[in-house]
Design a binder for this molecule. Structure first.
Ligand code: NAP
Length: 349
């Protein structure tokens, strides 16, 4: 099968590198262009980036010349891993010029006709693209990394028992702050009870993702109250989240667990290349899930849930873990692109 050419904007950063690692042998997409800031443009990729992935830098990328993020690239599909300080304008320029932009940045997540997608949760929201004003171009967004793990765990509960309120406390990995991220003296032997902008994102993004698409191609937000507290901890990859939920119809513990382990959605039915066989795994061992042990479940695309128990304040409490740079960033975005492809939203080249 002929592969579809794609470009990576922000290719030199930590999410950009993860895109390259995951796309190196992708069956449907081939990375043809890499772009980053003026500082990197014109250099060979291996000189512009400080490669921090576990797999060796694929040879076909190392000598590629990094381009500027201008909408004059040949590939019409672009994955954006741009810093939020510049992503808004650059992504819009690309969409206006007819490119399909699938973004990790926060900038366009609340634009009225821009879908905020977790493929297992709200694939129907892709319809919103038809209402965008970009002609052949479009912007599709991937949610915040901690939102994705949370909402994967909430979706089956909301579908079956209707969620009223959620309290969540996160323990987030350092890779979530990009590269080089926090100074080592700030984070070694430490936890930091603040991540700029993270709590408002976790309190609002799930409402759009779990909301209902209306006839104007916009989303009526879900009627759920969420309170979030976000902490940075000395873990490389994998965000752990302690969640409390109040449900309209309180189920049994067994029903809760069954709703997670039986959960399958469109990516699984379509057998998309990056889709995990099971989006959610439940662990009965009291000490699980843990980032070091479970973050790479199904190549980092599945969420691990455990510690479900009664809660004296809400109905239940549990823990969810997901890989922040795979499911929470590059892997989740690639899964969105695979879904777009399967549903006929992408041009062939
Ligand atoms: P990062 O390591 O800081 O990388 C940022 C990228 O943006 C680099 O490639 C950088 O290129 C490029 N860039 C910066 N200024 C630019 C400019 N003026 N013009 C063009 N390119 C420019 O950040 P990251 O962690 O990979 O995150 C990338 C995006 O994904 C952010 O919006 C972030 O919020 C989001 N995100 C991150 C995670 C995560 O777990 N890390 C998860 C979900 C979403 P140079 O190297 O040339 O400066």
């Amino acid at each position: 099968m002929k592969k579809i050419g794609v470009a990576i904007l922000g290719a030199t950063g930590s999410v950009g590198q993860k895109f390259l690692e995951l796309l190196a042998e992708h069956p449907q997409f081939e990375v043809k262009e890499l772009a980053a800031s003026e500082k990197s443009a014109g250099k060979k990729y291996k000189e512009a980036t400080n490669w921090i992935m576990q797999k060796a830098l694929p040879l076909n990328f190392s000598d590629m010349i990094v381009k500027e993020c201008q909408p004059n690239l040949k590939s019409k599909i672009v994955f954006s891993a741009l810093d939020a300080s510049v992503a808004g304008e650059i992504e819009e320029d690309f969409a206006k010029a007819g490119y399909i932009v699938i973004s990790n940045a926060r900038n366009h997540r609340y634009d009225p006709n821009v879908p905020l997608i977790i493929p297992e949760v709200n694939s129907d929201h892709l319809e919103m693209i038809k209402f965008q004003k970009y002609g052949d171009g479009a912007i599709i967004t991937n949610p915040n990394c901690s939102t994705i793990g949370l909402v994967l765990a909430l979706k089956p509960l909301h579908e079956n028992f209707v969620i009223e309120s959620v309290n969540v406390v996160t323990l987030q990995a350092v890779s979530g702050a990009g590269y080089p991220g926090l100074p080592s003296m700030d984070i070694i032997d430490n936890s930091i009870p603040f991540i700029g902008g993270e709590e408002p994102k976790m309190e609002k993004e799930p409402l759009k993702i779990l909301g209902r698409l209306n006839t104007k191609g916009q989303v009526d937000f879900a009627d759920i109250v969420i309170s979030a507290q976000c902490n940075r901890v000395a873990v490389n990859d994998g965000h752990l989240e302690c969640v409390q939920v109040k449900l309209k119809k309180k189920p049994s513990i067994e029903e809760m667990i069954n709703s997670w382990i039986n959960f399958k959605a469109e990516p699984q039915k379509l057998n998309l290349p990056s889709a995990p066989k099971n989006p959610i795994y439940y662990f009965h061992e009291e000490k699980y899930p843990q980032p070091k042990i479970h973050r790479n479940l199904e190549k980092g695309m599945a969420a691990a849930v455990g510690r479900l128990r009664e809660c004296p304040l809400f109905d239940y409490k549990f823990v969810v873990l997901s890989h922040n740079t795979v499911r929470g960033a590059a892997g989740g975005t690639i899964l969105i692109a695979e879904l777009l492809h399967a549903k006929g939203y992408l041009p062939d080249e």
